[in-house]
Ligand binder design. Structure first.
Ligand SMILES: [Zn+2]
Ligand SMILES: [Zn+2]
Length: 170
């Protein structure tokens, strides 16, 4: 228990993947996937853009490996998810979003205005962090929480806009 607590404290200071530490080749080999230029480029893109959708990643990958198709990015992401290299999250109304941060049971804050996605460390650390009132006989492995709200930037933009409106009508 003490060990979990310590691990969690350490995680709170590292909100995003350290992109320098992302060695795409190592990661691919680590899960037994064949290393190709486009796969490596997809992993690199994910290191720079956590919670990106396939189209956003494709833009980065196509710059690094010209001639890569959107379909091949989709295929790579599918292989990565199956291999446990990448986690896919699907906030309602958004395309699937991908990230390299797997297996730590973290949750997400999603801005309903601009769509910004931010990692939130699970307060418990261990999956599942929530206990259903009735499991109906299920063996529960994980709980995913999406906190919906308005990010600080959108919130201050809204405040500014309403302040301007108020002073304009006075
Ligand atoms: Zn926002
Ligand atoms: Zn995340």
């Amino acid at each position: 228990m003490t060990q979990n607590k310590r691990r969690l404290d350490g995680m709170t200071t590292t909100p995003a993947i350290d992109t320098d530490a992302v060695d795409a080749t190592e990661r691919l080999r680590g899960v037994g996937l064949r290393v190709t230029d486009s796969r490596r480029a997809v992993v690199d893109a994910l290191g720079h853009r956590p919670h990106a959708c396939a189209e956003e990643l494709f833009e980065l990958v196509a710059r690094a490996v010209p001639g890569t198709s959107l379909q091949s990015v989709y295929n790579a992401l599918g292989d990565f998810v199956d291999a446990g290299l990448v986690r896919r999250i699907e906030p309602a109304g958004r395309p699937g979003l991908f990230e390299l941060r797997v297996d730590d049971n973290h949750h997400h804050l999603v801005c309903s205005e601009c769509g910004a996605v931010v990692d939130v460390d699970c307060v418990v650390g261990d999956a599942p962090c929530l206990t259903p009132s009735d499991t109906h006989g299920f063996v529960v492995h994980a709980a995913e929480v999406t906190f919906w709200g308005v990010c600080a930037r959108c919130d201050s933009a809204t405040r500014r806009a309403s302040a301007v409106a108020a002073s304009g009508s006075a």
